[in-house]
Write a protein that binds this ligand. Structure first.
Ligand SMILES: [Zn+2]
Length: 175
């Protein structure tokens, strides 16, 4: 029907990941390659990278902002649960490779303190970081595609992203 772009929705609602991506593949095969493809409600950095590999161009999701407000931050080294006790005296930035204003000015320990004392600025600082990370993620993926090295970049990104599993484990124990 020659729409200016195509949205793929109704996915990522609790179905197994393999089903999500089978359906993404099926839809992708039926929409024109030159038109923007938008995957609704996805998601996590690893799912976005997976979807980009399959030909998705655009996303929207509450995850970066909602998680940030709950003290769960996305970084190049995986998810960081800033309230964890291990960050009490960690004066490094949330993500040492991030150039956002939160990472430039504040430490993990300070952000943890703001969350623990109920300071509303914590929500804003965490959200600034997570949105910057998502913007950088898309830029990195785009650059990798333009330089014809997406597969290598994807492997490198994911191995670094999955390197920090301790926060996830500690968070589960605390729940
Ligand atoms: Zn940052």
């Amino acid at each position: 029907m020659d729409f200016p772009g195509y949205a793929i929705g109704g996915l990522s609602l609790g179905e197994p990941k393999t089903t999500t991506f089978e359906m993404v593949d099926l839809c992708i095969s039926r929409v024109p390659e030159e038109k923007p493809r938008y995957l609704m409600g996805v998601g996590t950095p690893e799912d976005m990278v997976e979807a980009i590999a399959r030909g998705i161009d655009m996303f929207d999701c509450v995850l970066p902002t909602r998680n940030a407000r709950n003290a769960s931050l996305f970084t190049r080294f995986g998810k960081l649960i800033i309230k964890n006790s291990g960050y009490a005296e960690d004066f490094s930035p949330v993500d040492p490779e991030c150039r956002c204003s939160t990472c430039k000015k504040y430490s993990r320990a300070y952000l943890r303190h703001l969350f623990n004392t109920g300071e509303v600025s914590a929500l804003r600082l965490a959200t600034i970081h997570s949105l910057s990370f998502y913007m950088d993620l898309m830029k990195m993926a785009k650059d990798a595609i333009l330089h014809n090295c997406f597969s290598e970049w994807r492997m490198e990104f994911l191995s670094k992203y999955w390197s920090n599993q301790t926060d996830e484990e500690e968070s589960k124990e605390n729940n």
